[in-house]
Design a protein around this ligand. Structure first.
Ligand SMILES: Cc1ncc(COP(=O)(O)O)c(C=O)c1O
Length: 454
């Protein structure tokens, strides 16, 4: 703990004495103390040292409409006074959740007209797993239980979510994955494409799905789950050939397709959903994050009419959460979607800010440390390498973490996934703020290169 500010030190002491933080090394956090974020407005955060930081990650990919929107606070406050809580179990409902389900159906792809609400994306994926198996059991095919997922995909941190995800460092803790979940290769050309062209590699990676279906047996496979663009895995944009081939394979075999839209949903690609962007036509879509812009926890599963028709014949679905469709979260989500629609934020991403961000980000390709810049919508990745031509990394140097630290120190949040720097700013970011983001990113790349050479 190095702060000269007594208030910061006091908060860090509370962290050290009482708090266990997610995805953190507890001992290291105890020794160093966390950065304390005290308030935020628009795309900016302030920490307890008074530093102003451009949040290039929209929190955890969630603050779509930016920080400090009074309308969302007012919607929560109004709903809290009217009906702060009631559950949806045993054939009960309340107005905000019903209105929200309708509004989500309005913006979702055709046929995606029913929503099961949860408290998070992880719970959405747990719900998916149980719903898929319930669906096949109703159809008289109870053996169709296996869910195929992808290595390095991220689907949450509950036992089912982490099992569906392909993060080996998560599997190592807690004896995961649970049975009935298998993984195939990811479409990560830069990291794993070898000598193949991106298009060849896209076909190869998609064909892994067919091989796995045949290995497990079509009669045993219930669903395939994938993020339209892998986020936490490093903003992995599949080659152009990937999704069309995946769609062909899914059409050939009788398997449900689940798009995990927790990051891509609600405008991040410049379309309402990543499934619109890639024309995926899934049977289910997991949602969270941008649904409430992160102002309050809420997730869910959007389910296609064809699936619901079967579920309707299955009696009770014995699944749900105390906070499924929480009225305050629903009121905030309604207001959040109203803002996204009325202010034409998704359209602005598509026509203005995404093209601008992608153009400006690609200017960083000339930097000696940068092996590739890629992105879609307001998602971006910068690959840090030792050798641009061979895509060789700086082994064992932790270059991503070095760069991330320089970013923090220079007023920018970029996340490091290994040696891949990633960004996903709030959807309301302006061209001037994009300029600031790219200028700061270049400065931090320079500082990282100097550190490596020095
Ligand atoms: C694609 C994806 N799915 C699921 C989740 C899990 O969501 P939550 O953290 O709300 O449980 C995340 C979180 O980052 C995610 O990125």
């Amino acid at each position: 703990m190095t702060s000269n500010n007594p208030q910061t030190r006091e908060w860090q002491a509370l962290s050290s004495d009482y708090h266990l933080a997610p995805f953190s090394d507890f001992k290291q956090l105890k020794e160093k103390g966390p950065r304390i974020i005290t308030h935020a407005k628009g795309v900016y955060l302030w920490d307890s040292e008074g530093n102003k930081i451009l949040d290039g990650m929209a929190g955890l990919w969630c603050v779509a409409v930016g920080y400090g929107r009074d309308e969302l606070a007012d919607a929560a406050s109004k709903q809290m006074r009217e009906l702060p809580y009631y559950n949806l179990f045993f054939q009960t409902a309340h107005p905000p959740v019903l209105e929200l389900a309708k509004v989500i159906a309005d913006v979702a792809p055709e046929g995606m007209n029913h929503v099961f609400f949860t408290g998070s994306g992880s719970e959405g994926n747990d719900t998916m797993l149980r719903m898929v198996r319930h669906y096949w059991a109703i159809k008289g095919q109870p053996k169709k239980k296996v869910i195929i997922s992808r290595k390095n995909g991220y689907h949450g941190s509950t036992v089912a979510g982490a099992s569906l995800g392909g993060m080996t460092y998560m599997h190592e803790q807690g004896d995961l994955p649970i049975p009935g979940i298998v993984h195939i290769a990811q479409p990560y050309w830069f990291g794993e494409g070898g000598d193949m062209t991106p298009d060849e590699f896209g076909i190869w990676a998609a064909n892994q799905l067919e091989e796995k279906i045949l290995e497990v047996g079509v009669d045993n496979v219930g669903a395939f789950i994938a993020e339209p663009i892998q986020g936490a895995g490093g903003v992995i944009i599949p080659p152009d050939t990937y999704w069309p081939r995946i769609k062909e394979i899914l059409a050939k075999y009788d398997i449900l397709f689940v798009a995990d839209e927790v990051i891509c949903g609600f405008g991040r690609t410049g379309e309402w959903f990543g499934s619109d962007f890639y024309d995926l036509k899934p049977h289910m879509m997991t949602i969270a994050k941008g649904l409430t812009s992160g102002y309050i926890p809420m997730g869910g599963l959007i389910v296609h009419d064809d699936v619901v028709e079967v579920l309707n014949e299955g009696g009770d679905f014995n699944h749900g959460f105390t906070y499924s469709g929480h009225p305050v979260a629903a009121a905030v989500a309604l207001e959040n979607i109203r803002i996204l629609r009325d202010e034409k934020i998704v359209e602005r991403v598509r026509t203005e800010t995404a093209p601008y961000l992608q153009k400006r980000l690609r200017e960083l390709s000339d930097h000696p440390l940068v092996g590739e810049v890629r992105g879609v919508g307001l998602l971006g990745a910068i690959e840090l390498v030792q050798d641009k031509a061979t895509r060789k990394r700086y082994e064992g140097k932790g270059v991503g973490m070095i760069c991330r630290t320089f970013c923090f120190e220079n007023g920018l949040i970029m996340r490091a996934v290994g040696d891949t720097m990633i960004i996903a700013p709030p959807l309301v970011i302006t061209p001037a703020e994009i300029d600031e983001l790219v200028t700061k990113a270049r400065k931090c790349l320079d500082l990282t290169l100097s550190a490596l050479q020095g």
